[in-house]
Design a protein around this ligand. Structure first.
Ligand SMILES: [Zn+2]
Length: 313
């Protein structure tokens, strides 16, 4: 698994795609290769729905828009900002349940308040049936002075179901129960996914707009060369491009995901640290990190919620 984990998801898809179509791969492989398909599809500019559905994978339909470049739109500075909720009446009840689960913790309230009280920032939160069990954050806005002033989080109407793969989503995946001894409510799952999404907004807030623009410009260039050069990441031009934009497209993408997973972990700690299943979940997060993402463990370890967890005793 580790070897596969180290390989670029670009490569995984080419190795594994035919297997998915013809064979019945093991559960792990399905997750692994679906993630690969997903990443590849995003970077290659294909809608993942069509790619995945034609491969009949079905199970994995999580972060559809993750991996897309961050577009840098320039707008006037808002003066009546805050959180704008765009929730159709038919999804209102469930949305309120997810939101109250998030706001039941101090951590969740602080994350929410940060945007709710900011008049110079518009955080739009939308719910749509199209996104199913997934979610995404996009429509990032900056003002003319380069200040980050807006973003949109879109939540699928079935956000309270579905667990993404353990490779890129070690925290969200930890909520999938592999025993019958306890069950974790879908509301907690949904609120954890929302915390992951807020993590993407927080990240954009600390990012440099010019650098994001540069990444946006160079990523498609990288992918187009990569797909034409026999998938050779050692290509001199690709090495140069990766240097300029601070990593390969996959490295940039996965780094964003793991930062958001830290946000998800912090919410989860606040919400479940008194629950019977707390250590079961946190041990699973740690196992997922050790198996797939050792390099990213320090991001979690820097927080006492993780490093000083009583579960490690
Ligand atoms: Zn994400």
């Amino acid at each position: 698994m580790n070897l596969l984990r180290l390989a670029s998801p670009f490569l995984l898809v080419f190795i594994a795609f035919p297997v998915l179509v013809i064979g019945t791969p093991s559960a792990d492989k399905t997750l692994m290769t679906s993630a690969g398909v997903d990443v590849w599809a995003e970077f290659a500019g294909y809608r993942r729905d069509s790619v995945l559905e034609s491969a009949n994978i079905g199970e994995y339909d999580f972060y559809a828009d993750h991996g897309k470049g961050i577009a840098t739109n320039i707008v006037a500075t808002p003066t009546d900002g805050g959180i704008k909720e765009e929730v159709p009446a038919k999804f209102r009840d469930r949305y309120e349940r997810w939101k109250s689960e998030l706001l039941s913790t101090e951590y969740g309230r602080a994350q929410w308040e940060k945007y709710a009280t900011n008049k110079n920032f518009v955080l739009t939160i939308a719910v749509t049936g199209d996104r199913k069990k997934g979610a995404g954050t996009d429509k990032f806005l900056w003002d003319e002075s380069g200040r980050f002033v807006g973003a949109t989080i879109t939540l699928g109407a079935d956000l309270d179901e579905g667990y993404p793969n353990p490779i890129y989503y070690p925290v969200l995946n930890s909520l999938s129960s592999d025993s019958n001894t306890y069950s974790i409510s879908g509301r907690i799952l949904a609120a954890t996914k929302i915390s992951h999404e807020i993590g993407h907004v927080n990240q954009a807030a600390t990012a440099n707009m010019q650098f994001l623009q540069l990444q946006n410009k160079l990523m498609p260039e990288y992918i187009s060369i990569f797909l034409k050069n026999g998938l050779n990441t050692k290509d001199k031009k690709l090495v140069e491009l990766a240097d300029q934009m601070g990593g390969t497209p996959v490295e940039i993408w996965e780094s964003r995901e793991y930062w958001s997973e830290v946000n998800a972990m912090l919410y989860l700690d606040a919400r479940i640290n008194k629950e019977d299943f707390y250590c079961h979940v946190f041990n699973k997060i740690r196992r997922n990190l050790e198996t797939y993402a050792r390099d990213y463990e320090p991001r979690f370890g820097q927080h006492p919620e993780f490093s000083a967890s009583p579960c490690w005793k």
